[in-house]
Design a protein around this ligand. Sequence first.
Ligand code: 6PG
Length: 237
Amino acid sequence: MRIVIHPDRDALAEHGARTVADLLRTDGPVSLGLSGGSTPRPLYERLRWETVPWERVHLWLSDERWVPWDDPDSNGRMASETLASHVPASFHRPRWSEHLTAADAAAFYEADLRSVFPEGNPHVVLLGMGDDGHTASLFPGTDALDAPPGRWYVENHVEKLDTWRLTATAELIRRADTVILLVAGADKSAVAAEAIEGPPGVYPVQLVREARGEVIWMLDEAAAADLSAETPTERGV
Ligand code: 6PG
């Protein structure tokens, strides 16, 4: 695990975009799981200008809100506006229809993803973290945390938000070659420190501790403020 600290959100986005682009410059087809929320927006806006073999890249969503594609809350809409509509990559989005259930949409999407990385190893997965320690749409105390073995994408009812979500499962995220967590803001510093340094099994985001591949925490200084001096970190450049 690596922890990279950046002076501010812009530096985080700049270094994150370069890091992701470097990871995508590889032979053969390659996939990139896109986090939702607000933190990754500036990273996606920079990433679209990077020299990447986009025609061989498959973009997908680490999680999605169960809303129409054009809904302002849609992660797919945000990813399309900031990145996917600007590059010749394949963009895989979950279906939405008022005649579909979230469970069916998650199952259809999982089948789509099995055609993207049939061996079950996503190349790069970007994640955020909420101030409750959730990641993707794996919120504390929700059913998706106990998804059946073998599932890669499931529906999840988030009671505190009174919404349905679709989310990659912990099993799929742990199979990635590289997981990058993008965390910014002072409101996340306490949970970030506990998630990184504290006992396991407290926050969903700690699932990355069992990841198969490389895990990179990319924080701004505000989110890293509560890390102890003993925790090894790097400066993002
Ligand atoms: C979502 C996300 C979610 C997000 C965190 C952090 O659909 O909202 O995937 O997991 O990454 O809530 O969100 P911010 O980046 O907006 O703080």
